[in-house]
Design a protein around this ligand. Structure first.
Ligand SMILES: Cc1cc2nc3c(=O)[nH]c(=O)nc-3n(C[C@H](O)[C@H](O)[C@H](O)COP(=O)(O)OP(=O)(O)OC[C@H]3O[C@@H](n4cnc5c(N)ncnc54)[C@H](O)[C@@H]3O)c2cc1C
Ligand code: HEM
Length: 399
């Protein structure tokens, strides 16, 4: 919350921030990295280069300013940030650095329009949000039993090719201890140090049902595409992580956790490598609620690009009320358990379900998510029934 004195300044600055948000956050990152180059190891520099991270922080600032009295709208935004922050090891001491550079950037971009009263209002707003994030992150670290930023070494037990561009890596503890517990849908951060000494962290959803001794991640190799360079961490993993390699990983975090335990019907929609949280959920449901009504729909470029399809087929054998629908964009055949359609995912071609009462979980590329989100709403699915995981910073465009 902010004081009655600060409130009018925050309200008045919403349209101004909307207009200048992107250049404020660009200026902020530029100045902060110049003064603290060590922070480039903490941030996803791929997202920085492609611009999505700047949009995300701007979106968080807008969402905060626009919803300052509406904790219900902010809660999911804050929850996602806190999980992501915990997975990359944000410490309380980082907050004053970010705060100073954010306020400095507002001042730099807005010039004379950034009056002392406006800056002081935003100082207050930032401190209040930072305080809430720090408190929530402290709880997450305590729950995971780690100090902020603490990583654990895990050994690669097995590597397998899942599709044209996805490899799975099965990980086990190096000390014989159990693997960390997690809920399907959660992810961990993998830290990779490159030959030039720089480090990068990336998140990967756990792609198998929880197991006492092992974890699995499945990584799509991001290939070079025109001007866009190949992805740093995914290509490093594909090239260097082999049986016996040691990887440094965070504990599992993440608040996208499909309901796997109840007996209620559920719909799981995915595209591309977005299948990873879904296959974890589906395998867990097969273990604990095999009679459950489940719609599992996946969209892939073609038959060679359907990771984990053998596990989907195995789930079909175990689950009499599982309906599987596959969409191949290139019209190929191939894995054809369930129903196969040519083209992109089309909601009208999925089996009917009780739109008002069924939870829908989805994960895939941004374009897929935007199309399905709209189609689900138009089909009468209430927004609060839809949960989604974005494999990048959440752009908050649905708020
Ligand atoms: C919660 C969560 C779960 C995830 N789960 C999975 C999963 O299960 N499996 C999976 O494969 N991935 C997953 N991801 C994505 C993963 O974290 C990485 O983002 C992905 O592997 C790409 O990382 P990279 O280092 O290979 O690519 P990066 O080097 O980060 O590049 C990413 C993109 O940015 C572009 N880019 C980089 N530099 C520039 C530049 N200078 N100009 C223009 N474009 C540029 C690249 O071309 C590429 O397209 C998940 C992400 C999140 C947030
Ligand atoms: C009030 C303060 C802050 C806000 C509102 C904020 C907001 C956000 C948002 C919206 C995301 C994206 C979450 C997603 O994946 O959807 C994010 C991620 C992230 N934040 Fe923060 N943040 C704050 C403070 C900090 C601080 C103090 C640091 C540390 C220097 C930090 C470092 C990061 C990092 C490293 C990520 C992961 C994305 C990446 O790798 O680039 N943040 N934050």
């Amino acid at each position: 919350m902010v004081s009655a004195t600060a409130r009018p300044y925050i309200d008045a600055s919403v349209p101004v921030l909307r207009e200048h948000g992107l250049s404020i956050t660009r200026t902020f990152y530029q100045n902060m990295f110049a003064e603290h180059p060590e922070l480039t190891n903490l941030f996803n520099m791929g997202n920085q280069a492609s611009g999505v991270q700047q949009q995300s922080l701007a979106a968080a600032v807008f969402a905060y300013a626009a919803n300052i009295d509406n904790q219900a709208a902010l809660a999911p935004v804050v929850s996602r940030i806190v999980h992501k922050h915990a997975s990359v090891g944000i410490k309380p001491a980082h907050y004053p650095i970010v705060g100073r550079h954010l306020l400095g950037a507002i001042q730099q971009v807005l010039g004379d329009a950034a009056t002392p009263a406006l800056i002081s209002a935003w100082d207050e707003a930032y401190s209040s949000l930072a305080g809430a994030l720090i408190a929530a992150e402290k709880e997450m670290y305590a729950e995971a039993g780690i100090a902020p930023g603490e990583l654990r070494e895990m050994r690669v037990l097995a590597v397998s090719n899942e599709s044209e561009d996805v490899k799975s890596f099965v990980l086990e503890a190096t000390d014989g201890k159990p693997a960390p517990a997690f809920m399907p849908g959660q992810y961990l951060s993998v830290s990779v140090t490159f030959d030039d000494g720089s480090t990068q962290l990336r998140q990967y959803s756990l792609s198998d049902a929880p197991h006492p001794q092992r974890l699995r991640i499945s990584v799509k190799r991001e290939r070079r595409d025109g001007d866009k360079p190949q992805g740093r961490v995914s290509n490093w993993l594909h090239a260097h992580a082999s049986v016996g390699s040691l990887l440094r990983v965070s504990p599992p975090f993440g608040d996208f956790t499909p309901d796997t335990e109840s007996g209620r019907p559920v719909v799981l929609l995915s595209a591309g490598v977005g299948i990873t949280p879904m296959i974890s959920a589906l395998k867990r449901i097969a273990e604990v609620q095999a009679q459950r009504n489940v719609v599992f729909a996946h969209a892939a470029r073609g038959a060679g690009w359907y990771p984990h399809h053998a596990e989907v087929a195995a789930a079909m054998n175990a689950m009499p009320n599982l309906q599987v629908v596959t969409f191949y964009e290139d019209g190929s055949t191939g894995f054809s358990a369930g129903t196969v359609h040519a083209g992109r995912m089309d909601l009208a071609r999925l089996p009917a379900w009780d739109r008002a009462a069924t939870d829908v979980y989805m994960c895939g590329p941004t374009g897929f998510m935007q199309v399905q989100w709209q189609a689900l709403l138009e089909a009468g699915v209430p927004a609060q029934r839809i949960r989604r995981e974005v494999f990048g910073p959440e752009l908050l465009d649905h708020l």
